[in-house]
Design a protein around this ligand. Structure first.
Ligand code: BTN
Length: 266
């Protein structure tokens, strides 16, 4: 079954006003984010959704690659043109993760969890990630792209050895295959709901929902970045989505890194 054949059905059934109103499907791309960036430069409208069946060079956060085998998973990117301050943009990562998280938790009854800043996990293994990218250049960009990867029909044996302990998929968790377009429809509809909430209420509204669902407040957290490891109590996220840590009276703002929640004391 080619994912491409039914894109028209998705367009017809989609109950959104803006997000996914235009869908562009390609069988193979280097990365849906790269393609979306080039289409954004050409002026394609807000909400345009790029989907592909296989990425040759899928990108993850912090320069990592995103494993993107053919015909198995969801690889999609949206072009957005929000009129919000640059400092609010990180809320888009959180609302993107929330859209996938609620799909897994509410529609598929999976024990989904959120991990800062952009991961969705099931049973402590990563199932989805979102990646915001801005076009290169000076000044305020007039668009951005947000890419979503969701592992859907990969089996244990499809995973490379280095991911076997770290990644999972809907197929691995549920034991059945899923129809990807139905999942994309739900993600786009949920995404629009939270995107409109961001536009009307601002980033803190999204960040508060994420904080609550991630159950991160008051937890002991260890953050690793390229240079150091910091541990402290999480006081929450600020409006830019950075983690505010209490290091025993001194506050530290964490903008990037890999977090471990409920880190054992060392
Ligand atoms: C991460 O968790 O590190 C982010 C992963 C984002 C992966 C998606 S797949 C679709 C889109 N295209 C890319 O190259 N990356 C994102």
């Amino acid at each position: 079954m080619s994912i491409g054949l039914k894109i028209e059905d998705l367009e017809k059934s989609l109950e959104t006003k803006r997000i996914g109103r235009r869908i562009i499907y390609e069988e193979v791309l280097d990365s849906t984010n790269s393609y979306a960036l080039s289409l954004g430069e050409k002026g394609l409208e807000e909400g345009t959704c790029i989907i592909c069946d296989h990425q040759r060079a899928g990108r993850g956060r912090r320069g990592r690659s995103w494993f993107s085998p053919k015909g198995k998973n969801i690889y999609m990117s949206l072009i957005l043109r929000p009129e919000i301050p640059l400092e609010s943009l990180s809320a888009i990562t959180f609302l993107s993760s929330l859209s996938v998280y609620y799909l897994l938790k509410e529609s598929l009854s999976l024990p989904a969890a959120l991990k800062w800043p952009n991961d969705v996990l099931v049973r402590a293994k990563k199932i989805s990630g979102s990646l915001i990218e801005l076009p290169k250049g000076l000044g305020r960009p007039d668009f951005l792209v947000v890419g979503i990867g969701l592992n859907v029909n990969m089996r244990e044996e499809d995973l490379p050895d280095e991911l076997k302990d770290k990644a999972t998929s809907l197929r691995i968790e549920k034991g059945v295959d899923f129809e990807r377009l139905g999942l994309i429809k739900e993600i786009l509809e949920k995404f629009e709901r939270y995107y409109f909430l961001l536009l009307s209420e601002g980033p803190l509204e999204i960040i508060r929902i994420w904080e609550k669902e991630a159950e991160i407040l008051g937890k002991r957290i260890r953050v690793r970045d390229d240079e150091r490891v910091i541990e402290g109590k999480c006081l929450g996220l600020n409006k830019m989505g950075a983690i505010v840590l209490d290091l025993g009276g001194r506050l530290e703002i964490i903008n990037a890194g890999d977090v471990e929640v409920d880190a054992p004391r060392t």
